[in-house]
Ligand binder design. Structure first.
Ligand code: TPP
Ligand code: DXP
Ligand code: MG
Length: 628
């Protein structure tokens, strides 16, 4: 990615190091904040990205970088989708126009991108634990740098965050957590803690504090700031006892503070920086601050593609996506089947379970960013005769492997695991690609595991899942649309473990999984124009694999080629190889799959070409076997 860097506004352009940031008079920092906001709004209108979360942390990021000095001090962002401002303040403002573009900046903190990114992420609930490990390392090495974990309110719905909280005070005396509370996950945040945080914000005391703080703190500095911080803590402790919960975890609580008030943030951070006890600072921010369309629609502006700066309008994306079909099919099935329930782990919009929520609010559960809990909750529902459908992106389902194995499969509980975003998540990149789930799941006994070749087959598979009661079923499907096959009026129940033979030939057997059927079909055509005859199998089931069908066709071909949107390591190709070996079929096997490495971010077409997930690449692999 080497498009020229657009000109940056004056103050932002002047920051190449921490010293440059410190040169800017404090009175000019609000202007810097405005410059950063404008740059974000304009730059992301072209590239897309996580606009709302970043607009919300502009002042907080400035204050953090005024008080702490990275890379010596460590700032660890939870998810790190809100780290764009941090990137801009650590020498990467001239590259902000490359964010999420192939070869450009990552949309997340990334250790290999900059020494200022002390810890990378993409999944939620990692910051507090990783920061605690860093504190322990610092203490053991006898060093004295600061470690700050910055986590959103929804990160406090993650089990790992609560597990870290439970451990902090027994591990270190110097630990700083910032709770960035904007009341939103991607959709509205849920759960008891969200309610609790919210009650603090709306309390009269916080309004009083908000009014008083700004004028009061401006007059302060040095020891007066210290006094103020004590007052702030004392006031909130006495009046609305927000500190109670965190005190029980051994953390000293400060806040809630207005997270857009730079002087207050700087004074408070400077005060808590050297405390010899673990601290949590609760700041209240507005997701999307400074841009009306983002304030009006926090869910849309959490993360989006390109948009029009004037009104925030985006180009309509092609529909129906697999997620849409999932959401609407589930609603239809639930009209006839009252035992159907739906569970999301804070991804109602992304998975389109928002359709189900609207139709059947009582049978819909948003558990927060708590995939493991969601999966166990689904097991409980299934154990009591309900039909739970839990929709989770492939990358986040990684957290549920234990629940799928130990709880659902071992006990043959008919939980329906619906795995969206299986395959590439192009702009998010390696933290989000769903390229490992087959390897993780196919070794689990008692599982039915499938992937549809197109939209119509997806509906049949969802119906098949609903019918199947002998154990857990898993279905993987990709981001976006398939071939556009019309959704059938009447869904069929597919025979479990039976592949579909789309055409039969003698020379080559192509075994395709899911929407890779498009590339497999193209490969078949390229072979046919060269005079070869081709068998084309749509596998449908990863488990149970249709051994009989695949072995029979493979045995009479000169070469087999498998196609999957998954890592080569342990995936569908491995399943076919195992099957052929067990069946004593000696035909050579080629694979079109992602290599055994983390795949960077970038557009789908660039990545597929680069890594050879194309019909041309398949042909190159197959032809030598036919010439020999
Ligand atoms: C384990 C996991 N599940 C789901 C997600 C998807 N996700 C990304 S950001 C986000 C909401 C984060 O909300 P919060 O932490 O409050 O930060 P905010 O965006 O509000 O600043 C979710 C659910 C994720 N990144 N990781
Ligand atoms: C940061 C995060 O995890 C989500 O916001 C993710 O970027 C959403 O991806 P989709 O656009 O595929 O829903
Ligand atoms: Mg939030």
């Amino acid at each position: 990615m080497n498009s020229p860097s657009p000109e940056l506004p004056e103050l932002l352009a002047s920051i190449r190091s921490h010293a440059d940031l410190m040169e800017i008079p404090e009175s000019e920092l609000p202007r810097l904040a405005e410059e950063i906001r404008n740059t974000l709004i304009h730059s992301l209108s072209l590239t897309g990205g996580h606009l709302g979360p970043n607009l919300g942390v502009v002042e907080l990021s400035i204050a953090l970088h005024r008080v702490f000095e990275t890379p010596r001090d460590k700032i660890i962002f939870d998810v790190s989708h809100q780290a764009y401002v941090h990137k801009m303040l650590t020498g990467r403002a001239p590259l902000i126009h490359t964010i999420r573009q192939h070869g450009g900046l990552s949309g997340f903190a990334k250790m290999s991108e900059s020494p200022h990114d002390s810890y990378g992420a993409g999944h939620a609930g990692t910051a507090l634990s990783a920061a605690l490990g860093m504190c322990a390392a610092r203490d053991l090495k006898g060093e004295d740098y600061h470690v700050v974990a910055v986590a959103g309110d929804a990160a406090f719905t993650c089990g790992t965050t609560l597990e870290a909280l439970n451990n902090i005070s027994q591990t270190t005396k110097r630990y700083i957590t910032i709770l960035n509370d904007n009341e939103w996950a991607i959709d509205k945040n849920v759960g008891a803690l969200a309610k609790y945080f919210n009650s603090l914000q709306t309390s009269e005391t916080f309004s009083w504090l908000r009014d008083k703080t700004a004028s009061f703190i401006e007059k302060l500095g040095g020891t007066q700031a210290r006094d103020f911080a004590f007052k702030l803590e004392g006031t909130t402790k006495n009046l609305i006892f927000p500190s109670l919960l965190f005190n029980k975890f051994g953390l000293r609580y400060f806040g809630p503070l207005d997270g857009h008030d730079i002087p207050t943030l700087i004074r408070t951070l400077a005060y808590i920086k050297d405390l010899n006890e673990p601290v949590i600072l609760h700041v209240v921010t507005q997701k999307g601050k400074g841009y009306q369309p983002a304030l009006d629609n926090p869910t849309k502006f959490h993360g989006l593609g390109s948009y029009c700066v004037r009104d925030g309008e985006t180009q309509a994306a092609p529909t129906p996506t697999f997620s849409h079909i999932f959401g609407s099919t589930l609603v239809e099935m639930a009209r006839e089947d009252e035992s159907i329930t739906a569970i999301t782990a804070a991804m109602a919009s992304g998975t389109k379970l928002d359709l189900f929520k609207e139709a059947f609010p009582k049978r819909y559960f948003d558990v927060g960013i708590a995939e493991e809990h969601g999966a166990l909750f689904a097991c409980g529902l299934a154990a009591e005769g309900m039909k739970p459908y839990i929709a989770i992106y492939s990358t986040f389902m990684q957290r549920c492997i234990d629940m799928i194995q130990h709880d659902a499969a071992l006990q043959k509980l008919p939980v329906r695991f619906c795995m969206d975003r299986a395959g590439l998540s192009p702009d998010d990149g390696p933290t989000h690609h769903g390229l490992f789930d087959i390897a993780m799941i196919r070794s689990i006994p008692n599982i039915v595991f499938m992937q549809p070749k197109d939209e119509a087959e997806f509906v049949h598979m969802l119906r098949t899942m609903n019918h199947y009661q002998n154990g857990p079923t898993v279905i993987r499907y990709p981001r976006g649309c398939g071939a556009g096959t019309p959704v059938p009026a009447k869904a069929e129940i597919l025979p479990i473990g039976k592949a579909e033979v789309l055409q039969a030939g003698q020379d080559v057997t192509l075994v395709s999984l899911g929407t890779m059927i498009g590339i497999a079909r193209e490969t078949a055509s390229l072979l046919e124009v060269r005079g070869y005859t081709v068998t084309l199998i749509n596998a449908r089931f990863i488990k149970p694999l249709d051994d009989e069908c695949i072995r029979r066709h493979a045995a009479r071909s000169r070469v087999v080629c498998t196609f999957e949107d998954h890592s080569i390591s342990g995936g569908f190709n491995s399943a076919v190889l195992e099957s052929l070996e067990t069946g004593d079929v000696k035909t050579p096997v080629e694979a079109i799959a992602w290599p055994d490495q983390f795949i960077e971010h970038g557009s789908e077409s660039i990545l597929r070409k680069k890594y050879g997930l194309t019909a041309e690449a398949a042909l190159q692999k197959i032809i030598p076997h036919l010439n020999s």
